[in-house]
Ligand binder design. Sequence first.
Ligand SMILES: Nc1ncnc2c1ncn2[C@@H]1O[C@H](COP(=O)(O)OP(=O)(O)O)[C@@H](O)[C@H]1O
Ligand code: SF4
Ligand SMILES: [Mg+2]
Length: 340
Amino acid sequence: MGKPEVLPPLATPSAAGEAVLQVQGLKTHFFTHGGVVKAVDGVDLEVRAGEVLGLVGESGSGKSITGFSIIGLIDEPGRIVGGSMRYRGRELVGAPERELQRLRGKEIAMIFQDPMMTLNPVLRIDTQMIEAIQAHERTSAAAARARALEALAMVGIPSPAERLLAYPHQLSGGMRQRVAIAIALLNRPQLIIADEPTTALDVTIQAQILYEVQKLCRETGTAMVWITHDLAVVSGLADRVAVMYAGRIVEAGATADVVRRPAHPYTRGLIDSIPTRATHGQLLRQIPGMTPSLLQLPPGCAFRPRCSRASEACLAEPLPTQPAPGRSLRCWHPLEPEQA
Ligand SMILES: Nc1ncnc2c1ncn2[C@@H]1O[C@H](COP(=O)(O)OP(=O)(O)O)[C@@H](O)[C@H]1O
Ligand code: SF4
Ligand SMILES: [Mg+2]
C-alpha cells in the first residue's frame, strides 16, 4: 500500500466536553540527600476536550513537575509515588513505557518555556516538522509539508512557506516559540501541556499567541493545560483555573468565577498582585513572605505562615471541599463572596 498523499485537516473537532485528562491524588516526590521533596502531593485536575485549564501558582509550587508527570518526563531522583492519571479513560500511571512513548508527541504534546527544548538548532524548520509527522504517521513528504504549512499558518506565522526554509537561529524568539507550538500541533494531539511558553515574550506577542491558542483549542477540540505563574495571563485565556501552592491545588473553578470571587486567601493574594488601571502608579500588594521550602513544610496548611486568616484550626491539613458547583477549595476559613 502506498503512503497517503493527503492528510486530514488539523481542525477536526472531537467530541466536545469529553474528559480528556483526569488526574486524581497525583504524588510526585524527589528522593534527595536532603530529604523527600514532595513537589506534587495529591493533585486533582480535569481537562475536557476544547477546554483550556490554567494551572497557576508562584515559582516552586510544583506546576512544571505536574506537567512533566503527565507527559511522563520524570527522572531520578523523582518518582510518581501515588495517584492516577487517566487519559481518555486509560490509566497512564504504571502504563508500559512503549505505550507512553506512542502517546507522547502524538496524542499528548508538550510546549516548553524554551522553544529550543523542541527545536533542533542545526535542522531547517521543514526538515524538523516533516520528521515530527513521519515519526507517527506513514505519509509522503509532500503531504507532511502541507500539514506543516497549515500548522504554521494556524499559529499566525506570516509567510509560512518562507519560514519553513529557515533555521531556528534565523527566527525571532516569538517566531521560534510559535514554531514550537506549531510542532506540538502537527500530530493533532488531544492534549497539550504548555509550560509557561510565552513568559519570555513581550506582552503584545503573548496576547496574540494566547488568542490564537485559545481559538485553536475551540476549533480542534484539543484540551490544554496552560501553566503559568501569572494569573493575569490565564484570566484572559483559560476556561477553568487551578491554583497550586506547595504541591497541592488549593482552589479551582471556572476562571471568571474564581477571579471574581476567590475563596482561598492565596488566590486573593495572587489577584491583588496583578497590576490594573485602578492600581496604576501605586505600590502593588504582594503576598507577604516567601514560598516555603518543600523540604520543611509547616504542619497543616502550607500557606499558614503567610496567611492573615490563619487560626489554630489551620494546624490541621485543610480537607478539600466544594463551596459551589464546579468549585473546589482547601481552606478552613474561606473568604465570603462579599470579602472576595
Ligand atoms: N530534580 C529535582 N530534584 C529535587 N527537587 C526537585 C527537582 N525538580 C524539581 N524539584 C522541586 O520541585 C518543586 C517544584 O518544582 P517545579 O514544578 O519546577 O515548580 P514550578 O514549575 O511551579 O515553578 C521545587 O521546589 C523543586 O525544588
Ligand atoms: S487553611 Fe487557614 S492558613 Fe490555610 S489558607 Fe485557609 S485560613 Fe489561611
Ligand atoms: Mg515551572
